[in-house]
Design a binder for this molecule. Structure first.
Ligand SMILES: [Cu+2]
Length: 461
């Protein structure tokens, strides 16, 4: 019995030692995996030992170029569908705006000029610092601003206006694509097209389900002008969804396709029949067609009946396709300049010329009724230019030393900004308040720097 018990204890001890060794080994393996993975995650510059030719890890550009663009905010009248003219807000007159294209590591400057009566900006997706983020500052009518950044991640990125309400500025047409080509190794030769999926309603900009879901700004344009493709050639689509309500289920007929999720070229691609592009997101898609013929491409769902459909014309290899231009990607052919030329002729933009827009105090309406009050309401819907007297009351008179409070009863941010820079509230959130104590006599004319047509005045006696 003693012997037996002794043996039992010995066995148990050996067993528990084995268990400890096993647990220790598993812990070491798990820790190694976790540490390895976290090094990879925290440092995307670490390359995996075997380089997958389908992915483009971040790389140093030994020959970076300085690239400069000029984008002008312009209101325009364009054709958005056959026979349908509409007022839009643009960069350089078209919807979408010009495509910006350069290499990973390039030094990029974008000169932005605002030729409209409203504040606008440019927000670029991808990596940059706060001064180049396009939210602060908002660029006032008549003003200029230069955005500057080093192109970091290779892939397809969106740029758009980030004035408020942003979805209205996007719906009105202020968006474009930015292609950043990889320098690590060339992408395979391909014919390249850009497909910008958006929403537009000529009657009511903010209609939840708008009348149109255009591809590249013009409804059904690729039913009349199919995208040309040669049999068996590699076709690369840069797809971006700048909708505001619906994600886009992008679908190609008669083939499956390779997708770089979120348009980031160091993601491992997947093969798909339909790819979901989130609102404000992109995808880079590569496909081939093994038979000639006309094939549709479209967003699955109600958008395809409202303009989001086009045709691909797949022709024999020896049939020439005109309007080819070299792409940044060596060996590839870009059809994007052809798309932009086609769009310009379809939209035939008429640019609105507002003349000198620089804000001056003389712009202030002087014949308003002055009311004695230390409280001003920023009225609901005052972001809308059609709302009368956005400040209520628009002109007040107060004794010296009075603290005046503004309450934002609108659903978007506003500012209270003095023309002479005596005071500036910064962003007042929806339903927020801001107060200022007047310690000098005089007339103070102010406006909202986000919506410069909103003007008011304080007279200190
Ligand atoms: Cu804007």
């Amino acid at each position: 019995m003693v012997n037996y018990m002794g043996r039992y204890f010995r066995l148990t001890k050996v067993k528990s030692n084995l268990n400890q060794i096993l647990i220790l080994s598993i812990s070491i393996v798990v820790a190694s995996i976790v540490i390895g993975a976290s090094v990879l995650i925290s440092n995307p510059h670490v390359q995996t030992p075997t380089l997958n030719p389908d992915i483009y890890p971040p790389a140093k550009n030994d020959n970076p170029h300085k690239v400069t663009y000029t984008l002008i905010a312009q209101d325009a009248e364009i054709e958005v569908a056959k026979g349908v003219m509409s007022k839009v807000w643009t960069y350089n007159g078209t919807v979408p705006a010009p495509t910006l294209r350069f290499n990973e590591g390039d030094d990029v400057s974008v000169n932005f000029i605002n030729h409209t009566p409203m504040a606008h900006s440019i927000h670029f997706h991808g990596t940059h610092d706060a001064a180049n983020d396009g939210v602060v500052p908002q660029i006032q009518p008549g003003e200029e601003y230069t955005y500057h950044f080093i192109a970091k991640e290779a892939g397809l990125f969106i740029y758009h206006c980030h004035a408020f309400p942003t979805s209205q500025h996007i719906r009105m047409g202020m968006f474009g694509a930015m292609i950043i080509d990889p320098v690590s190794h060339p992408m395979p030769p391909a014919r390249e097209y850009l497909l910008v999926l958006s929403e537009f309603d000529p009657q009511n900009t903010l209609q939840e389900f708008p009348q149109y879901y255009p591809i590249n700004g013009y409804v059904d344009q690729y039913l009349d002008n199919p995208l040309m493709v040669k049999k068996d050639e590699n076709v690369r689509f840069y797809v971006m969804n700048i909708g505001t309500v619906l994600p886009a289920s992008f679908h190609l007929h008669s083939t499956i396709f390779k997708v770089y999720q979120s348009g980031i070229l160091y993601n491992s691609p997947t093969y798909e029949q339909t790819h979901l592009v989130a609102i404000g997101d992109t995808a880079i898609v590569e496909a081939k067609w093994s038979t000639t013929g006309k094939f549709a491409f479209h967003t699955h769902g109600i958008a395809e009946e409202r303009g989001n459909i086009g045709l691909l014309n797949v022709v024999e290899n020896d049939q020439p396709i005109t309007s080819e231009e070299p792409s940044n990607s060596p060996g590839s052919t870009s059809m994007i300049p052809w798309q932009e030329k086609t769009l310009k002729s379809l939209e035939s933009p008429q640019i609105v010329d507002y003349g000198n827009l620089t804000l001056t105090e003389q712009n202030i309406v002087q014949n308003y009724t002055v009311i004695q009050s230390d409280h001003v309401s920023i009225k609901k819907e005052s972001w809308n230019q059609n709302t009368h007297d956005p400040f209520d009351p628009e002109a007040i008179e107060v004794p010296l030393g009075t603290s005046v409070t503004w309450t934002n009863n609108d659903t978007v941010v506003h500012t209270i900004t003095d023309f002479k820079n005596t005071f500036d509230s910064g962003m007042i959130k929806a339903h927020g308040t801001w107060s200022y104590t007047f310690k000098d006599k005089g007339d103070f004319n102010y406006f909202c720097s986000l919506h410069p047509w909103m003007k008011g005045s304080v007279s200190v006696k």
